[in-house]
Design a protein around this ligand. Structure first.
Ligand code: ZN
Length: 236
């Protein structure tokens, strides 16, 4: 079952109404959703679904379902299950999601300060990290922090751009992340452009203007194996 991914066109949607199309032991599927499912290193959303009678269903996590663009909303263990066909009001935990959006967009900027292949990444509400295939001696926390914050201070608007799979194949330099294949829709690939700073395939949620990130600090840099150097950041 395909779910309408409302966050893909508007990452700032905090609420929507949706209809229940499937319920099983793993979770709840809807005809459309504002909940971002864990993917591309970004944590899945949490929040609440409100029934017509006011009853609240706590959502503890959001995951991708089996089918392309299907989303599984994972209720808290003690939450009631909605009925098939029921209409619910969705509310994401916006403070948490906004922190994820700010940190996620910050990683795009960071990937332009540390110029090396990205081998992995993760975005949690309180911190985010990128792993680089780079020599440790080339990583200086103070310099990375200063240069990333200088780019953030430009305050430019981000843009979502769609290209075809063929166009992406013709420009392999756009794919920085070696371990994650870019999200592909029906013949289309979604890119995030930060004018003058970054352009890369990404299916995550981003802030409208990088100034919204505020500033970051480097929490630590450590070695995670022979070709893996992990740079961990948090919002200031
Ligand atoms: Zn992104």
């Amino acid at each position: 079952m395909t779910t309408g991914l409302l966050f893909r066109d508007d990452a700032y949607l905090k609420t929507a109404t949706a209809r229940v199309v499937a319920v099983d032991a793993r979770g709840i599927e809807l005809d459309r959703t504002v909940f971002y499912p864990q993917g591309g290193g970004q944590a899945g959303d949490t929040g609440t679904m409100v029934r017509a009678n006011g009853e609240r269903i706590a959502i503890a996590d959001t995951r991708k379902g089996d089918a392309q663009d299907s989303v599984l909303h994972v209720p808290a263990p003690d939450a009631v299950r909605p009925d098939l066909g029921e209409t619910l009001t969705l509310e994401i935990d916006w403070a948490r999601r906004h922190a994820l959006m700010r940190l996620h967009t910050a990683l795009h900027v960071l990937s332009c300060v540390v110029v090396a292949p990205v081998t992995g990444g993760n975005i949690a509400p309180d911190k985010a990290r990128l792993d680089f295939d780079i020599d440790m001696s080339l990583l200086d926390a103070a310099r990375i922090e200063h240069e990333t914050n200088a780019l953030i201070a430009r305050g430019v608007d981000t843009e979502t751009v769609w290209i075809t799979g063929e166009e992406l194949d013709a420009r392999p330099e756009l794919v920085k992340t070696m371990s994650v294949q870019p999200p592909r829709g029906v013949g289309r690939v979604r890119l995030l452009r930060i004018p003058g700073i970054d352009l890369q395939p990404c299916g995550g949620t981003h802030v409208k203007n990088i100034g919204e990130i505020g500033a970051i600090r480097v929490l630590r840099i450590r070695s995670e194996g022979k070709r893996n150097r992990r740079v961990e950041i948090a919002l200031v």
